[in-house]
Design a protein around this ligand. Structure first.
Ligand code: GLA
Length: 387
């Protein structure tokens, strides 16, 4: 669990004196709209109460000194030579790459950055599908913006951080994680049109809890499977004569998709139906229709499991355990898939009972040790006022 006290103590232990600023950027859970962002479609995530925090102080030079509390490691780099470093051959990425990459992407966008020193701390679990990388990128962007008096435009910053991840860290993610870590609001999920980057705030349904269920499974090959899915979606779009799968409606899909092979039909059926479900889910949220919202979440999981084939046994087991509890409106895997977390929408007064029940059932079924969090929607990347 995050402790402000420990972060501040660590800062003064490593750098001496006191920090000038504390910035924070959250991880996320996606309620619905999976594998739609890179197809120009719709997503409905919320920023969660787990975040990356940086305590920092400005420097007069162009150096950045960072201490990571997770890795217990000091690293530094100069803002003057980032362009050159990006041309060098890349090894496996490390935590500092997300910070350097964000600095590089901000500079590429024309911002003149100043140096700082800071301690970084995070309680977003790494590799669990809760976007610890996007949180680190956005916290870094918030740090540079604060130190350099750069105006804070959340969606523009999300776009820059996505470039950092695509072009510096070399992970070809979509825009969802950075957008929600930048634009999240307390007690709200956010409908994002991943093509126009327009957003709409949706209050989380009254009387419900959103529960994140970590399966305790991680799969190493997520990246190659993710890239393969992206390629399949691009090929399907080409064959359908459209720019992206966003450009075909769910009504038109059956007659138009006959030109596709079986596998491409299934992949694109997931994306096209998921876009439809996500828009319907947002309408259901607006009407406080929790039953329909839960039903769309359930359908999303089936589509990800059968058509897009990105679930795994542990995620399927978790989702089934969740649905076996009477307080559950709906449950599905969340994020890229192949392991990590599922999410459930649950009647609030039974949330604790639900968590105990699901943990026990899941443990008995899989012999794995899950972690369940009852999570709150929080604000996106921000400067934190220390009292
Ligand atoms: C990962 C990516 C996102 C998105 C999801 C799947 O989290 O970073 O851009 O594609 O997978 O919805």
């Amino acid at each position: 669990m995050f402790s402000m006290n420990l972060l501040q103590k660590k800062f003064s232990e490593i750098f001496g004196g006191k920090e000038e600023w504390i910035v924070r950027a959250p991880g996320r859970v996606n309620l619905i709209g999976e594998h739609t962002d890179y197809n120009g479609g719709f997503v409905l995530p919320m920023a969660i109460d787990r975040a990356v925090w940086i305590a920092l102080r400005s420097r007069k030079d162009k150096q950045v000194f960072v201490y990571s509390m997770e890795y217990k490691e000091n690293r530094s780099f100069s803002l003057d030579i980032l362009e050159k470093q990006n041309q060098e051959e890349k090894k496996k990425s490390e935590w500092i790459d997300y910070i350097q990459g964000t600095a590089w992407a901000l500079q590429k966008e024309g911002y003149n950055l100043s140096g700082w020193e800071g301690a970084v701390c995070s309680d977003v679990p790494i590799g669990a599908g809760l976007s610890s990388s996007a949180a680190l990128e956005l916290a870094t962007a918030r740090a540079f913006a604060t130190i350099g008096n750069i105006p804070w435009n959340p969606s523009q910053m999300a776009y820059i951080c996505q470039k950092a991840e695509n072009l510096w860290v070399h992970v070809s993610c979509g825009i969802m994680d950075q957008m929600i870590s930048a634009c999240g609001e307390k007690d709200h999920a956010l409908l994002i049109d991943c093509r126009s980057l327009e957003t709409k705030l949706c209050p989380t349904p009254k009387g419900t809890s959103i529960i994140i269920m970590d399966t305790a499974t991680r799969r190493g090959l997520v990246e190659s499977a993710y890239n393969l899915r992206r390629e399949q979606c691009e090929t399907a779009s080409r064959l359908l004569g459209i720019q992206q799968l966003r450009d075909i409606s769910w009504e038109d899909f059956p007659k138009k998709s006959t030109v596709l092979s079986d596998i491409l039909q299934r992949r694109s059926r997931h994306v096209v139906s998921e876009n439809f479900r996500t828009l319907q889910a947002q309408l259901a949220m607006e009407k406080q229709d929790t039953i329909s919202l839960g039903k769309y979440m359930n359908e999303s999981h089936e589509s990800l499991k059968n058509d897009f084939e990105v679930s795994n046994d542990a995620l399927n087991a978790m989702v089934e355990c969740a649905r076996n509890h009477p307080a559950c409106f709906g449950a599905r895997m969340t994020g890229a898939g192949f392991g990590g977390c599922a999410v459930a929408l649950v009647r609030q007064e039974m949330a604790q009972d639900f968590s105990t029940f699901v943990s026990e059932q899941y443990k008995a079924r899989t012999t794995l040790n899950p972690t369940l969090y009852i999570s709150q929607a929080t604000k996106g990347a921000e400067i934190w006022n220390v009292e």
